[in-house]
Design a protein around this ligand. Structure first.
Ligand code: BES
Ligand code: ZN
Ligand code: ZN
Length: 501
């Protein structure tokens, strides 16, 4: 899809369809809507006066512009934007997602979107484009019949009155971020057979070569040398070799304090059967997306390489399958992590924390000072927070607050869970330093308490995205399937850190 910036006027837009945001209870006799009403030959006031459409968030109203009107576009879609005060970046993204999905289904090939946000034009344009990319992602890659065949070839983002260059810059950023989010979703959506640890490493190499990142991929022999007994214990049951992917972005002319190394670490379990502690069959197919944390790191690094912030960023993705076999780790086994800590494996299905433990330790060895890890770590997080909020926990309250507020700005929700030291009692082992599960109570917290054992001496926060990484239902603004949660927030954090630097 070709994306273009435009500063109006809307009557001159040479597209098949025009999509315009309309606020709740907006009047048709003043401002932009008055102008749109005149241009459309009175259609807008007719719909508003009939109260067929009142501008509620997500509402749509669609017209064919036949007869007496002054717009070049032959079709018009009004989209409810809700209350102006609540119309933030997350809402803009969803509104544009709704617009493109709706117009694509009506076979429009070229469309213009008028988001009508009052804020910064560059940011609005970036968010609009990113929302369009999110909206147009389809998970049906392997369908050969009744596939979504329609495509939007050209998208024009219109911000009237914007300063010269702002919409162009925003459109470019939006494309980079939108493509990164869909890159992550595409990886998460792939069947386990086509997204093995080796495949993930290959995709990481492609990004590194195409966009200019340094890359290192540790194979099992090197993990052995590093003493990563925890990560390796998960890989033991599989015929696919584990990979530890390291991507690094270094700014061309580093002018800033290089002692800080922001690092993203993501769980890359390319299929989680549970191992010897085998999962029930129902929904097990979804465990292909247990590598979403790793894919999120890859997606974020892909965007960072193109956005070129002035600060360095490290990305780490431990990748492995978790399968049962005659070689697999058994409940009761004891393994030794890179830090020397011994771990009693109680349940082989609590594998994510085992691979993250060594990945965080290795990130520290590479100089990481500020680590955000992300993982589809616990089913318990869905019980606590459903599919609305991801959980955030950690040892650095400032970093946690930063994640929550960056998320809020871009429309991604994170809710903090406590991590008091008392919870760590639940992971004490009788025969080793710690054990990998902490019983039925507070499963998301005890998983984080386990990770905390490996995050001493650094600023650390953990995101549990098990409940938010996969959408069970389609929304008007996106398909069902992988959501791409956290990519935007991570990029926002990098952006904020860049501005402070
Ligand atoms: N990958 C799962 C968590 C998960 C569940 C992700 C549902 C996405 C959707 C993780 O490895 C796991 O199995 N965790 C166990 C931990 C338990 C054994 C302590 C869980 O949540 O049941
Ligand atoms: Zn598991
Ligand atoms: Zn898992």
């Amino acid at each position: 899809m070709q994306v273009e910036a435009n500063r109006g006027p809307i009557e001159e837009l040479d597209v098949q369809a025009l999509a315009v945001a309309v606020f709740k209870n907006e009047k048709s006799d003043e401002g932009f809507i008055k102008k749109l009403d005149e241009l459309s030959g009175g259609l807008v006031s007719s719909a508003l006066e009939a109260e067929e459409f009142v501008g509620k968030e997500g509402e749509t109203c669609y017209f064919h512009l036949v007869g007496n009107n002054k717009l070049k576009a032959r079709r018009l879609l009004l989209i409810g934007a809700g209350e102006p005060d609540d119309y933030k970046l997350g809402e803009i993204s969803q509104l544009v997602g709704t617009a493109v999905r709706s117009l694509r289904s009506k076979n429009a090939k070229s469309i213009a979107v008028v988001p009508r946000a009052s804020g910064n034009a560059e940011e609005t344009a970036a968010t609009a484009v990113q929302g369009a990319f999110i909206g147009l992602f389809d998970p049906d890659k392997y369908r050969t019949v009744e596939k979504e065949q329609k495509t939007i070839d050209r998208l024009v983002v219109v911000i009237e009155g914007a300063e010269d260059g702002a919409v162009e810059r925003g459109v470019e950023t939006g494309r980079i971020v939108g493509e990164a989010i869909n890159f992550t979703r595409d990886l998460a959506n792939e069947p386990g057979a086509y997204m093995t640890p080796t495949d993930m490493a290959e995709r990481a190499r492609e990004i590194a070569n195409e966009f200019g990142l340094s890359i290192d991929v540790l194979d099992e022999a090197r993990m052995e040398q590093e003493g990563m007994g925890s990560l390796l214990s998960v890989a033991r049951g599989s015929d696919q070799p584990a990979k530890l992917i390291i991507l690094k972005y270094t700014p061309a002319n580093a002018t800033v304090d290089s002692s800080e190394l922001l690092t993203f670490v993501g769980k890359g379990v390319t299929f989680d059967s549970g191992g010897i502690s085998l999962k029930p069959g129902e929904n097990m197919e979804l465990m292909k997306y247990d590598m979403t944390g790793g894919a999120t790191v890859l997606g974020a690094m892909r965007a960072i390489a193109q956005l070129k912030p002035p600060i360095p960023v490290l990305g780490v993705a431990p990748c492995t399958e978790n399968l049962p076999s005659g070689k697999a780790t058994k409940p009761g086994d004891v393994v030794k992590a890179m830090t020397g800590k011994t771990i009693e494996i109680i349940n082989t299905d609590a594998e994510g924390r085992l691979i993250l433990a060594d990945a965080i330790a290795y990130a520290k060895k590479l100089g990481a000072t500020k680590v955000i890890d992300m993982a589809t770590l616990t089913g318990a997080v869905s019980i606590a927070l459903g599919d609305v909020n991801a959980a955030v926990l950690g040892t650095d309250q400032e970093l946690i607050d930063e994640i929550i507020s960056a998320g809020r700005e871009v429309g991604e929700k994170f809710w903090q869970l406590p991590l008091d030291k008392e919870y760590s009692k639940q992971i004490k082992s009788d025969i080793a330093d710690i054990k990998n599960v902490g019983g039925r109570k507070a499963g998301t917290i005890t998983a984080a308490a386990f990770l905390k054992e490996f995050a001493d001496g650094i600023s650390w926060a953990h995101l549990d995205i098990a409940g938010t990484a996969w959408g069970d239902d389609a929304k008007p603004y996106r398909s069902k399937g992988p959501t791409g949660i956290a990519v935007r927030t991570l990029l926002r954090i990098v952006d904020r850190a860049s501005k402070q630097a």
